[in-house]
Design a protein around this ligand. Structure first.
Ligand SMILES: Cc1cc2nc3c(=O)[nH]c(=O)nc-3n(C[C@H](O)[C@H](O)[C@H](O)COP(=O)(O)O)c2cc1C
Length: 353
């Protein structure tokens, strides 16, 4: 099947004949299921990205803590290419970083897509112009989404307040943010934040999204580069909390000794420099690499409470698709009942017409 995108490029979807759940996002990104694995700093490496892409979603390699130099990025891309021939993406938290050399590697290696977050996406989109590389921009509300569309993004992903890791400053939940963004732009919208199963995927599609970005759930899969203690902590986790709000970089993490201590320091008015020192890479590495569950910063979204096992990425994606289909069938039955004018439950006294 051949699809013409907004940029006028032609894109062959080669896996025709295989099962798919097609939306505008899957067509633009060349994937079978509208499931994007979020960039996960330190965790999302070639093995995870390739496993997700092989299973029909869009896997991503994180620049943060993984592919921070052109050499490291090229090596990670080569690893992923050896594991999959399906499209995958590279995630860039832009901030104030100079990423031109990294984008050049992405273009030389003809990677299918990049995602951009935490900064103005315009210069990166301009650098990638004409390369055919799809650009997904993460936003936290309709204003940012419109700016991303104007800058030339192919897809926007809106991440709600429920989400894990760094968040936007709008505090919009997924349930409110997604329809607002869907109404604000004409490019495909991907919903993120709080989605960890097929019910969430079906709900996102019902809100008008063209797919989902799933972060926290993909930490607790076998291919994720995270210490087993972190994965197991997610199985037990019920509570998350927002840290770093006082320094303008809110992010959601597991409740543990570290986050309780950090919140206390924030409440006491500790200086920005001291707080920034406390949240350096090392605080996160203690948990992700060494499994120190109480004494480290462990990013996680509210969806941690929905995690009940540690499957492979492929098992998780297959389950998510099947659950989403069940949810959609349930809604279709309700819609059918409405159309037929029958009562929705035996106890209902009012006939629905
Ligand atoms: C451990 C962790 C690390 C993350 N690192 C990044 C990152 O480097 N780049 C990025 O764009 N988003 C990052 N995120 C956000 C996710 O990509 C995704 O947007 C978010 O987790 C979606 O919400 P969910 O956790 O409820 O699924 C991170 C999230 C977590 C939980």
């Amino acid at each position: 099947m051949t699809t013409q995108t907004k940029r006028g490029n032609y894109f062959d979807i080669q896996q025709s004949g295989q099962d798919r759940l097609e939306t505008r996002a899957t067509r633009v990104l060349g994937i079978r299921y509208p499931i994007i694995q979020g960039g996960l700093a330190r965790i999302a490496r070639a093995e995870l990205a390739a496993a997700v892409s092989n299973a029909g979603g869009l896997g991503q390699i994180a620049m943060a803590g993984v592919a921070t130099t052109p050499e490291l990025l090229r090596a990670e891309i080569h690893k992923a290419k050896a594991l999959t021939s399906a499209p995958f993406a590279i995630n860039f938290p832009i901030g104030h970083l100079k990423i031109d050399a990294l984008l050049d590697v992405v273009m030389e290696e003809k990677v299918a897509a990049v995602s951009l977050t935490r900064g103005n996406p315009k210069p990166a989109i301009a650098r990638l112009a004409g390369s055919g590389i799809r650009v997904l921009v993460l936003v936290s509300g309709p204003e940012q989404a419109m700016k991303a569309e104007q800058a030339g993004a192919d897809v926007v992903a809106t991440v709600g307040y429920e989400g894990g890791g760094h968040l936007g400053r709008t505090d919009l939940t997924t349930f409110v943010g997604v329809p607002l963004v869907v109404d604000a732009v004409s490019i495909p919208v991907v919903a993120g934040g709080g989605i960890a199963d097929g019910r969430g995927l079906a709900a996102a599609l019902a809100l008008g999204a063209d797919g989902v970005e799933v972060g926290t759930r993909f930490i607790a899969v076998r291919e994720a580069f995270a210490h087993e203690n972190y994965k197991n902590a997610l199985l037990r986790a019920a509570e998350t909390v927002i840290v770093k709000r006082s320094i303008g970089q809110p992010g959601r993490a597991l409740v543990n000794e570290w986050s309780r201590g950090f919140l206390e320091a924030e409440a006491k008015g500790t200086s920005r420099d001291v707080l920034l020192g406390m949240v350096g890479a090392e605080a996160n590495e203690r948990g992700v690499f060494h499994g120190d569950i109480e004494g480290s910063l462990l990013w996680a979204g509210q969806a941690a409470a929905l995690i009940g096992d540690i499957p492979t990425a492929a098992e998780f994606i297959a389950r998510m698709v099947s659950e989403a289909r069940s949810s959609a069938e349930r809604l279709a039955r309700l819609a059918g009942a409405y159309r037929a004018g029958v009562s929705l439950s035996p106890a209902a006294s009012v006939k629905v017409v």
